[in-house]
Design a protein around this ligand. Sequence first.
Ligand code: HEM
Ligand code: HEM
Length: 170
Amino acid sequence: MDRYNGVARALHWAMALLIILALVLGIGHDALPKDWAVIPIHKSIGLTVLALTLVRIIWRLANPAPRLSAAMPNWEKGAAHATHALFYIFMIVLPLSGWIMTSEGTRPLNWFFLFDVPKLPVAKGDMLVDLAGEGHEVMGFIWAALILLHIGAALRHHYLLKDNVMRRML
Ligand code: HEM
Ligand code: HEM
């Protein structure tokens, strides 16, 4: 059976975990205890996602995805490809917008308290900073909804249609 290679699978699952964590911490930060350093950890996870995305895109360009079954209707292939493309865009734009909006503030930016991460050259009041702040929240919620759809689609293939779509990623 055609399936994603080991590196692609490892990146998919490690990043899925990190992204879900980033979303839960981002959406939940107000409700979580103040002394948990929720936002510094959220930022560190997000920056990790950004770095891994660069590796993943290079790997993906060098290793095309395995073909989907010819029996799958075209609308479904189109929907899957559009969702995956959008996910790659979100994997870059979400952490980048977070990094931009954080760069105008005075709070330190570091990676899991291990080393400092440079701030981007932006200033309070820049249009880009406002756009990043608005976009970060809106895109985060859209992504969370699309991820639920993506998981639903994977489970539908595995348990209802019983085809090999899910096994290609396991
Ligand atoms: C996979 C990457 C990321 C995802 C999916 C993500 C998603 C989110 C979401 C959904 C929220 C809640 C929105 C709100 O209530 O305002 C949030 C908040 C936040 N994110 Fe991210 N984020 C990511 C990466 C980053 C990065 C890399 C940084 C900074 C370096 C960052 C900084 C922040 C900050 C400071 C907040 C709190 C905003 C507030 O004051 O409400 N995020 N994030
Ligand atoms: C934050 C969570 C997740 C993100 C961001 C994500 C992202 C992606 C992306 C970008 C692809 C396309 C890979 C490529 O062709 O390069 C993909 C494929 C896939 N994902 Fe996820 N994923 C997530 C979680 C999950 C979960 C929880 C499941 C299973 C329950 C899952 C099942 C699959 C499957 C089966 C494929 C292969 C689809 C195909 O062959 O066309 N994903 N995912």
